[in-house]
Write a protein that binds this ligand. Structure first.
Ligand SMILES: [Cu+2]
Length: 231
């Protein structure tokens, strides 16, 4: 139900003309089968924090239509290294989750691997753990967090952490000890867009917002790093 890879349906190669009817029938069956599955292409299943943009969502948003542009190396070097490491981290911006964690997030996600969900999916998102000058979204002490989830999983809860003043995202790997829990929400009914308010006073400059989204349709936890600039 939660495939994030995108296997191509093998095309039947050279089918003789006499096989056309059979082929059409198979194609219809294939369409019917696909229609019965809750699977869709990239950016059509699961979700992420889109504001303030998570690291890979932001890299997908800014460069997804132009990801081979060498200017990215200078203009947005952390996205550049992410695209160089594995473009699937961006194509699957909505797939950064772990199943069956049982709420033991700190056990499942070690220090230094928070932004990759403990190198989930075979390490697909490991580039997101790299400290550096990630592009930021300006926020004040009070700001809104927006989940976009085309799959409408709903939420058992969100936990939002923000790094303590003094932590330097440009040079330090992110650890649990760097974080202050600033919000734990209640549950949310299934919806494509969920927005809630958080408050993280006493900060300035570049910080990381680390959001855990515990989805409701099954035990599925998302780990999402968003870079912000407190102004
Ligand atoms: Cu999902």
């Amino acid at each position: 139900m939660h495939k994030t890879d995108h296997p191509r349906t093998p095309r039947s190669g050279r089918t003789p003309r006499s096989g056309r009817t059979v082929r059409r029938g198979l194609a219809l069956l294939a369409v019917a089968a696909l229609g019965a599955l809750p699977w869709a292409g990239p950016a059509a299943a699961h979700g992420s924090i889109v504001d303030p943009a998570s690291r890979n969502y932001g890299c997908w948003l800014r460069w997804g239509s132009d990801h081979l542009n060498p200017d990215m190396a200078q203009e947005d070097p952390m996205c550049w290294q992410a695209w160089q490491d594995n473009p699937n981290a961006m194509w699957n911006w909505n797939g950064l989750y772990r199943d069956n964690v049982g709420g033991n997030h700190q056990a499942a996600v070690p220090d230094g691997q928070l932004c990759s969900g403990g190198r989930t999916e075979g390490g697909r998102y490991r580039s997101l753990d790299t400290p550096g000058e990630w592009q930021t979204t300006d926020v004040g002490a009070n700001f809104s967090v927006h989940l976009y989830d085309q799959a409408s999983h709903g939420a058992d809860y969100f936990r939002v952490y923000v790094t303590e003043q003094g932590y330097d995202p440009a040079t330090e790997p992110l650890t649990w000890g760097d974080l202050e829990l600033v919000e734990e929400t209640g549950s949310y009914a299934p919806a494509q867009d969920i927005t809630f308010d958080v408050s993280a006073p006493g900060r300035s400059g570049h910080h990381v917002v680390f959001t855990i989204w515990q989805a409701s349709h099954m035990d599925q936890a998302y780990y999402l790093c968003s870079d912000v600039n407190f102004v």
